[in-house]
Design a binder for this molecule. Structure first.
Ligand SMILES: Nc1ncnc2c1ncn2[C@@H]1O[C@H](COP(=O)(O)OP(=O)(O)O)[C@@H](O)[C@H]1O
Ligand SMILES: [Mg+2]
Length: 390
């Protein structure tokens, strides 16, 4: 009985900690060597709000990107590591010292021209980078997010996949498998067309595998988006003052029936098209304002509010999954927002529902004004040709 009781208490404690008390992760020191425009710089951060102000092109976003690198082992902007080496040099190093649940974590990322990227945690090199991903969660809010609204559905699937695969390795495996099988099926359809021949059994073999991983991906996307919607709406309402009606919904043919049957029924069409016309590779996330696509009817400010609300909802999701506060990187978010919305956002992220924040802005005056309005701890960094001063 005692044992039973003890187990339950421990379980209760653990689940409370998971749901109500995410742990804190703070980046205390950051060192950059030959990373983009930085030759050699060392920065000490405070635990709450860290702001970088300076002119366009001075290197504010580069600092946020280096923090993103230490969490996700890659740049937010480019998949080619060597592009981030300072021009005319052979390597870059990013080092971060984190405080995570009273423990210090030293993270090292080194990229040398022509060599494999080196990633270390406390001097021990990782065998696989995927072992690191998820340890120090991060959420970037960037002007580049506008791609989520203006680009095609692939951008939105990438957004969903990136969030889910950080914490669910099976999801990532399924996704890789699905894409491999899809490529094979499409090659087969092309082969059939070219040789004027058809064998239903051969297609069915691929269909079985497509259905197995496709349905698992579908179920996870559906659950993820249904959890995201209320949080997203709450954030949008808060930032906009509740005057606008926005909607986020999952669009997938798999919502309307059985995937295996759909593949069977569309085979004639697929043969003509020479590719697979139905499946989770066609899924989309619908973003609308008062019933119309936000891409067409939203003002720039409304679109930006939408993206910020979406990213903050992502923040909440990751916080819950990882059991720790993600670092929040807010790049140039004050452009195109009215003063009212700016104040709302800053007050929101300064609250205890968020952890450590990194913000960039071109206007030192605007940033100082904003910081005066909040009571949280902050540090202001001025970046100029001479370097970084706080
Ligand atoms: N590999 C690199 N080597 C040297 N400079 C770089 C490299 N990559 C980017 N930069 C420089 O970084 C600057 C842009 O920095 P960024 O952080 O985007 O500026 P902002 O302050 O506007 O956010 C540009 O001047 C660009 O030339
Ligand atoms: Mg920038």
């Amino acid at each position: 009985m005692l044992h039973f009781f003890g187990t339950n208490i421990r379980w209760l404690f653990l689940s409370l900690r998971q749901t109500r008390f995410p742990m804190h992760t703070f980046l205390r020191n950051l060192t950059l060597l030959n990373f983009k425009n930085y030759e050699d710089v060392s920065l000490q951060f405070c635990d709450k709000i860290n702001c970088f102000v300076g002119d366009n092109g001075i290197g504010k976003t580069n600092i946020l990107d280096s923090i993103y690198y230490l969490s996700l082992c890659k740049s937010f902007f480019s998949g080619v590591d060597s592009l981030n080496i300072r021009h005319g040099h052979e390597f870059f190093v990013i080092q971060g010292e984190y405080a995570r649940e009273d423990k210090t974590e030293n993270i090292y990322c080194g990229v040398k021209q022509g060599f494999k990227k080196v990633f270390r945690r406390n001097n021990k090199e990782y065998d696989r980078l995927s072992e690191h991903i998820g340890l120090l969660p991060v959420v970037m809010v960037s002007p580049a997010d506008s791609g989520l609204i203006i680009e095609g559905s692939e951008e939105r699937r990438k957004f969903i996949d990136a969030v889910l695969s950080q914490f669910d390795h099976q999801y990532l495996d399924d996704l890789l498998r699905y894409n491999r099988v899809l490529t094979q099926r499409n090659l087969l359809l092309k082969d059939f067309a070219r040789s004027n021949w058809f064998d239903a059994d051969m297609v069915e073999m691929w269909d079985e595998q497509l259905v197995a991983s496709g349905v698992r991906i579908f179920e996870k996307r559906k659950l993820f988006i249904s959890n995201l919607i209320p949080v997203f709406q709450e954030y949008y309402e808060f930032v906009s003052g509740g005057k606008e009606k926005v909607e986020l919904s999952y669009e997938s043919r798999l919502l309307t029936g059985d995937f295996a049957n759909m593949l069977k029924n569309s085979i004639e069409k697929d043969r003509k098209l020479q590719h697979t016309s139905v499946g989770i590779h066609k899924d989309d996330l619908l973003l609308s304002l008062s019933g119309f696509p936000i891409k067409r009817v939203g003002s720039q400010g409304q679109q930006k509010t939408f993206l910020v609300a979406l990213k903050l909802a992502q923040f909440d999701y990751i916080k819950k999954e990882a059991g720790t506060f993600p670092l929040l990187l807010l790049d140039d978010i004050f452009d195109k927002f009215d003063a009212h919305r700016v104040a709302k956002i800053i007050n929101l992220v300064a609250s205890k529902n968020f952890g450590q924040i990194f913000i960039t802005d071109t206007s030192s005056e605007r940033m100082s004004e904003i910081l005066k309005q909040i009571d949280g701890e902050y540090r202001l960094f001025h970046i100029s040709e001479e370097g970084v001063n706080s």
